[in-house]
Ligand binder design. Structure first.
Ligand SMILES: [Zn+2]
Ligand SMILES: [Zn+2]
Length: 293
């Protein structure tokens, strides 16, 4: 299991340029996310968080029971850089995402006037405390999904950094066959097939990448090949969706055997919303929450 998203901002820009050329209809969306991801990679390159320690005893137990190393609430954040990134992310949203701009502006002003404290916001996000988000939504007159988006976007560099450090506790040779991320227990959000056909899954939360069994559903752990399929389009052979008949869930994948462009999975994820629409027309659900607006 190699580091999840070890890539430079320059490579993010190259990956975005290649995708924009390939799929011009996604240009506005890609321009927006390119700015978000570049800001995140810039922030991540400066992060210094001491590695989260797991005792040998706990580690042995986790491995025996095939549990994740921790849960979302246990991630360490670098408060200052996450708060600074929150303001930067709001500015990017205001300038490049008309749909979310109004809420982002109110959030940024509330931070400046100290009506909104970023640290409880980050804590509430890690604890998935919906009541907190509902309260802020009401108090500030904003959309809570925008608040969740800017908050997650701001803590992501810290979360990915911690996940990369925690990966040293895992055996890189072990093929994982559980329906959740071996680091944080969240559902996988995206998948990739390597040049040799090796199947890689990426966590939908901490973006840890792990080698997964080829024939299995990464949500319900179904291993019956008769009920596992994949679909692809003749015009887009670099993508596929893997589907499980048992839990009616799908996951999107990029197939590196059919493309040689630089792959930055978070960008591929947003440049494939048409696959989510198709899958949902087929009455399939995503393993993670997807906003199709
Ligand atoms: Zn994870
Ligand atoms: Zn399934």
């Amino acid at each position: 299991m190699t580091a999840s998203l070890a890539i430079t901002t320059q490579q993010v820009k190259q990956a975005a340029a290649a995708l924009k050329k390939l799929r011009p209809t996604y240009a506005d969306l890609l321009n927006f996310y390119e700015k978000i991801f570049v800001a995140q990679e810039d922030s991540k390159s400066q992060i210094k968080i001491d590695p989260i320690k797991i005792s040998e005893e706990i580690l042995a137990l986790k491995k025996k029971e095939k549990n994740s190393l921790l849960d979302m609430t246990e991630f360490e954040l670098e408060p200052g850089s996450a708060a600074a990134l929150l303001v930067r992310i709001c500015q990017i949203v205001e300038a490049a995402n008309p749909e979310m701009a109004d809420s982002a502006r109110v959030i940024r002003k509330a931070i400046a006037s100290e009506a909104l404290d970023p640290q409880p916001l980050f804590a509430a996000l890690l604890k998935a405390e919906d009541a907190y988000f509902k309260k802020i939504e009401k108090d500030l007159g904003i959309e809570k999904k925008v608040l969740a988006f800017v908050a997650y976007s701001s803590i992501k560099p810290s979360v990915v950094h911690c996940a990369e450090q925690l990966a040293s506790y895992l055996d890189p040779e072990q093929v994982w066959d559980k329906g959740f991320c071996p680091i944080c227990g969240s559902a996988p959000g995206f998948s990739l097939f390597e040049d040799e056909g090796q199947r890689i899954l990426f966590c939908g939360f901490c973006w840890h990448r792990w080698t997964a069994q080829r024939i299995y559903c990464p949500f319900c752990e179904n291993k019956d090949s008769n009920t596992l399929h994949y679909y692809f389009s003749e015009t887009e052979k670099d993508y596929r969706i893997d589907v499980c008949d048992s839990c009616k869930t799908y996951i999107k994948a990029v197939d590196k055997r059919n493309t040689d462009r630089i792959i930055y999975p978070p960008l591929e994820f947003v440049a494939t919303l048409h696959l989510d629409i198709k899958a949902q027309e087929m009455d399939l659900k995503s393993g993670i929450q997807i906003d199709l607006q």
